[in-house]
Every structure is written in C-alpha cells, then in structure tokens.
Design a protein around this ligand. Sequence first.
Ligand SMILES: [Zn+2]
Length: 511
Amino acid sequence: MRKHIFFFLFSFLVGELATAQSADILKIRKYEEQNADNIIKEFVQFLSIPNLAKDTVNIQKNAVFIMGMMKKIGIQNVQLLNAATAGVPPVVYGEVKSSPAKQTLVFYAHYDGQPVNPAQWAKGLDPFTPKLFSAAINNSGSNISFPIDGKYNPEWRIYARGASDDKAGVAAILNAYDAIIKTGMQPSFNIKFFFEGEEEAGSPHLNEILEKYKSLLQSDLFIICDGPAHQTGKKQIVFGVRGDAHLDLTIYASKRPLHSGHYGNWSPNPAMMMAKLLASMKDDKGKVTVKGFYDDVIPLSPSEKKALQEVPSVDKQMKTELGISAEEMPGVSLGEAINMPSLNINGMQSGNVGMLASNQIPTFATAVIDLRLVLGNDWKRQQQKVIAHIKDQGYYVTDHEPTEEERKKYGKIIKVIAAEDGYNAQRTSMDLPILKKLIEAVKTTTKDQVVLQPTSGGSLPLFLFGKYLKANTISVPIANHDNNQHAENENIRLQNLFGGIETMASLMMMK
Ligand SMILES: [Zn+2]
C-alpha cells in the first residue's frame, strides 16, 4: 500500500485550469501530459552519461547526445563551439530563425556536473544510474519503477548527478521548443541555444569561446536557466549575481613548534594572532570594519527596492531548517544581506585538535577569506582594502615565506595571497523593456507570485557575456531549492522539470 495520495499529472493539470495561466501555456501543458513518457525517457538516457568536465570521453558523449536531441526537433546550424585551447569541453550550439522576429534570445544551460563520490550517495543510489523516487529521500520517499502507463506524479523525483544542475536546464529548453512547434505555435523571437560543458569547473575557457564566436552569439538577451527556484517553491527571476574574490592568509611565529609550558606567555602564538586579526574585521553587529568596505556599492534602484520588499521572507523557515536562532547582523534579513558585500572566513587552521592535540605553540596559522561583491565593487580593490586593514593592524605583509632578515626586522608577519581568479558582480536593470516582457511571460505560467530577485547570493561569471558580447543576461532558474546540487543525492522534482518547460516556452513566445 502506498501511503501517498496519487495526484497523477493529468488530474494535477486539470486542477490548475481555472487559474491565471495563458491558453498557450495550457497547450504546452497538455503536450507535456501526453508526452511525459518520452520526455522522461530521453532525460534518463541523458542523465546516464557521466558529465564531469575533466572526463573528456564522456563529455564528448554528452555533447553528441545533445546535438542528437537538437537535430531531432529541427534546430538548425547545430555545431560544437570549441575554445582556442585544445581539448576543452565544447559548447553545443544551435539556432532557429522565426519570421518576422527581429530580436534574438540565447538560452543558456550547462551539461557538465560537479565531481561525485558515489560512496556518499544514499543506499541504492548511483550518480549515473537515474532512479525514480516517490518523494524526497529525506521525506520518506522510496524507490519506485518507472511507470508503464506513462503517468507521472509531479511530486516524484529523479535522483542522479545533473538531474537539476543543470541537465534539467538543457532538457527544459529543448522540450519547450519542441512543444511549441508540435502544438502548432511559433516562437516570437529568433532563438539560439548555448549549452556549456565546463561551468562546474569554473568556466575557465568561456572567455575564449565568447571571443571566438562573438558574431555568431549576438543577441538581445542571454537567458540563463541554471540554479534553484525560490525556497517557497515559487518561480523566480534573478537579475544579477554577486562577484567573488579570495585572500589566503598565513601568519608566522617561531620557526619551530614550542612547548606551551616553557614558552607560553613569551613566544607569540600565531593562532591567537590570526583570531584577533580576523575578529578585527567585523564588529559585534556583523558589520565589516575594513575601511571603505561598503563605499563603492551602487544602491538598488527604486524598482529593485520594491522587488526586494516583495520577495517572500524565508528567514524563519531557513532558521528552523538550519538550526540557527539569530542572524549575524541583527535584524538584517537574508534578502538584504545578500545585497551587501560580505567578508566570510572559509576556513582557518593552526596546530592540532582532537586526538592529535598537544601542548604546543604552533609555528603558523592560516585562513582563507571569501569576499562576495555587489554591483559597484571592484574585486581587486576589495582585496586591497582588506590588505590595507591588515597593515593597519601592525602587520608586515609579504607574498612569500619570510626570510631571516624579515623575521629579525618585523614582529608581526603575514603572507597574503590575493587570488587571481576573482570577478565582479553583475546586475541587469529591471526596467529594460525586454525584461518587462519577460516578467509578464513567466507570470502567464503560474497562479502564484513570481519572485523578482535583484541578485542571487551566489556568483557566476555573467560579466563575461557583457564583456565579450555586450549582452544583457537574466537568470530564470527552475530546479527545486532542495535539489542537493553539487552534493550527493542530487535530484529534480518532476513538477519543476515540467514547470520549467512551461517557463522556457513562455519566454520563447513572449509578446
Ligand atoms: Zn549550475
């Protein structure tokens, strides 16, 4: 006996008919209902191909599989876009021209995934053997076989690497186009398809590809289909991302570890020095005390402020989910917090603890600091502000292990490595006419509020699209927020996949 009440897709769909969705979207929904089995079967095949960016052989298989999906549904000029560097996972590209469309949309998703450790996945799961579950595993979901009658409960989930991040994006985009054509409708834009193969590796060659194919990739808007929907389950549109920069710190003390009894109180302790230095960077209210830290921030526009106020609060829900009772900045909501630059300690280390603990004064202490940036911050300038703060605390800052000379000369020595892989934030204006159309289009797919987020808390190198193509970008994510992306037990809730197809279709047909 199944404990769950089965709302099969069909009844679920009929139940939604009385709501605000447009006639076009209802056609797409009916198509999904009739073709759910084919859509899911193809998706399962796709998920069965391992997709780590470094796995050249399988990455190629993924690319070939996507090209097949595209050619099958009549997408033209299907090809692989290769970087100038050899052996890099290619972008899978295709396009369709719609007359009399003048404007062009590029739909972006990525087909590579994060590394996997199969041992960490729940019993019976394998990252590249997709399995169907009756609900989330941690919500008493159980493994069920794929239905022979082609009827799928929208609450069911598929578990596999890439199920939500981001093969769901590829599947939603391609099925949306297919559904539009098969239901006798037409896209209202020219469409380009752009599927990246090394996003999870940090997009190290995206710049080369954008530069090389600049003219092919011209458009009016890049639509990024990656990441989760809002924590409330509502659809969301995300207008920007934060930038990111790192600093590696090492504080040096005595050249060899010392007996804490014989030398404690006398020889400086690097762990204590690091703790004090880091503590000096924030006040008791969680505000960063580094001089000028918030100075460059470009304030939110009136529309962005209004949107932020309308974002449903998830603070209470997340506090319960995470087992915390107070925010770092008292009274500052999660939404407000991610619209400010941040300084976070990613990790710190000195000496040993637990079984390895000993009575010693360690020789050095290390810490890694992560700076998230908002619009206006320059990532290199932000790093320099922190370095200036460290100097203000009396430190001699170097970029190498201290020499004997330096050790003699300076009491407080720190090595600071300002990581070279940072980048700035990006935020697209909510007031662009094409984005007003886009917001209206997503609204036609749901009876719920569509959440408008001025920025995501996370970072993506979206500035590259602006830099090389002068393109505007917007993120329209579709996955469930509890999808375990980047971790073990990654999954997609079927309603998010089907709802995602509807969202992508609404954008291709936006008025
Ligand atoms: Zn992703």
